[in-house]
Each structure stands twice: as structure tokens, then as C-alpha cells.
Design a protein around this ligand. Sequence first.
Ligand SMILES: *Cc1c(COP(=O)(O)O)cnc(C)c1O
Length: 367
Amino acid sequence: MSVYWNHRVKTLSPYVPGEQPRDQVFIKLNTNENPYPPSPKVIEAIQKATGDTLRLYPDPACTELRREIARRYGVGPEQVFAGNGSDEVLAFAFAAFFESSREALPILFPDITYSFYPVYARLWDIPFAPVPLALDFSIRIDAYKKPAGGVVIPNPNAPTGRALPRTDLLSLVRWHGQVPGTVVLVDEAYAAFGEDLEMAALVSEYSNLLTVHTLSKAASLAGLRVGFAIGSEELIDGLCRVRDSFNSYTVDRLAQAGAEAALRDAPYYDGVNKKVIATRNRVSAALRDRGYEVIPSQGNFIFIRSPTRKGAQFFTDLRERGILVRHFDKPRIADYLRVSIGTDAQMDRFLAACETEESVGLGLTNS
Ligand SMILES: *Cc1c(COP(=O)(O)O)cnc(C)c1O
């Protein structure tokens, strides 16, 4: 606490990102990065963009990048907004579409979800009412069909990995479409790892639907910081108004060049992400065979509970074996760990570490 902080800063509760160790000793399965490298065409495009033109500001409208995104999702470029990671796009969306007033209806999102949502709501003073997940961690879509200041649903959800069928989300978008002004934001950070989840093509039909996307996970570009949103022109204009009241050049020249190349190389990423999905399914089955609870995941991570160990202990045991995962010390999920899907070799090391621990946990060895 400092006397120099204003009231807003004193009352913030900032997001705590997963650890980024400076050395490479860990098998890093804690922040849902893609274990495979970005497309070689991305590296080439970034190298080509490195030169004298760095003197010049980037295109604030990200024209070429938005064109590539529009092509990929079957929408118009005017229905696309690009930003510095989807975290920034989300922060702008909260600022643009949800009311900051004690009298406003609260916005709704799951009680167990991406922990940045309550952080943004507090940053902008937006009232929010978390909606409890069902006991099996599924999202109870009907609980969101009530008057609200807005709705935020990640599909698949994080950290559980569970996904809703598109028809469920569509029924929610339609329900809130009856009340003018209520935006339904679907965070599709992990949709590429799921089965037929993407909704962006529907934004022309539903002016209250905003889908938010990132190149961090499915395009192996967490280091480049590029995210985007797809929605009706009026929603996109709202995001531009917030951005241009804050920082007009949020996506730098190298990031725009790399992101464009990534969007053009869909075949490369389809291959990479098929491997991630196959590994996820293999590891899930192996863990279930050994008595672990594994929540069915459509993301590039799994949410698991050991049959023998508390979450905090399981986390520490893995860390001692050089494997970094994510533990959330929160009600209902304190005994679960979120494990990002690595390469097959990394996941074999992870499974081996689980095995050793099981025998210790069950008292089968004395070491
Ligand atoms: C990782 C993640 C993001 C943030 O992505 P960036 O583009 O890296 O900022 C947003 N939403 C969810 C649900 C995520 O897991």
C-alpha cells in the first residue's frame, strides 16, 4: 500500500500469471502454451518485417491482418478487431460494453473460469455475479438466461476444459438478443482444440454476439501478443473507440506481420493441433486407467485430480520432479491441477512422474 496510489489502484486485485521460469530446467506445463514451434512462415515474415520500416508507426487499423482473419472465419474485415493479445481485447470489451454503476445489472460469468474476468470487472468497477458451475464442472446455460449487464462465457471453459455445444450458446445469444444492449461475449481461446465449437460465422446474424480469439495457444505465438474479436460492426466500432482513447498502436509491425503469416498457414497449424489433441486424449485415458479423475477436455490442457494426493501436495511432488503445472488454491478446485498438453515425450515424463508418486501415495514403496 502506498500513499501515492489512488483509490482505484488500492482496491485492485491483479491477475497472477503462471510462472515463467528463466531457466529451462522445467518441463513447462503451466500456462497452456503450445509445445510446438510456430510455422516457419511466421518466423520468415517477422524477419522480413525487421528493418528500416521500424522507424514508422504500424498500421493502427491492422488492415491486412484483419483481412486474413476475416477470410479465415468467413466474415467481413469490418467485423474484426485486432489487439495486443486477447487479454487486451477482453479488457477493451469490458470497458466498451458493460456498465460501471452500482445500479447496473451485474454481468454474469462462471464462478470457476478464467481468473482475469473478475479482475477486469473490478478494474472498470463493473458489478458482476459469478454463476456456479454444476457439480461436474459443466456450465448450466439456463442459469445465464436472466436479465444481466452482459455475459462472458469461455468455450471451452478454463481451467476445466469442458465445452458447451454451439447450440447451447446460440440459445443464450438469442435469449439476450431480446433485451437491447446485452452483449454475450464468447472467449474462444481454446476453441481450435475442440470439436466444432467456433461461433464467429454467426456474428452477421446476431449483433449482440462477440467472439474473442488469441494466437497464443492454437498458433504457438504466446510471445507475439496478438488477439482479436469478431462481432457486428457496431461492437467492433465500440472496441475501436476504447482503443483510440488509450493507445492507437497496440499491435506492432512485427506482430502484425507474424500474425498475418500464421493465419495464412492453416495447414501447418491443423497438423500441430491434431497432435496436441491426440496427446491430450492419450494422456487422459492413461490417467483414468490409473484412477485419476480427468475432466473431459476440449482444450490443450487437462484438469485432473489424484486418487491419493491433495492438490497442493501433487503440485509440489511434480515440481520436485521438474514438472511445472498450475494449481489454483480456490474452493472446489483446490484438489485439482491444470496440466497443459506438451509434446508426447514431455507427457511421458509427466505420466512417469505421476506413477512414481502413486506408488508413494499408496504406500507401495518405502523410498
Ligand atoms: C490464455 C487465455 C487468454 C489470453 O490470451 P492472450 O491472447 O495470450 O492474452 C484469454 N482467455 C482465456 C480463457 C485464456 O485461457
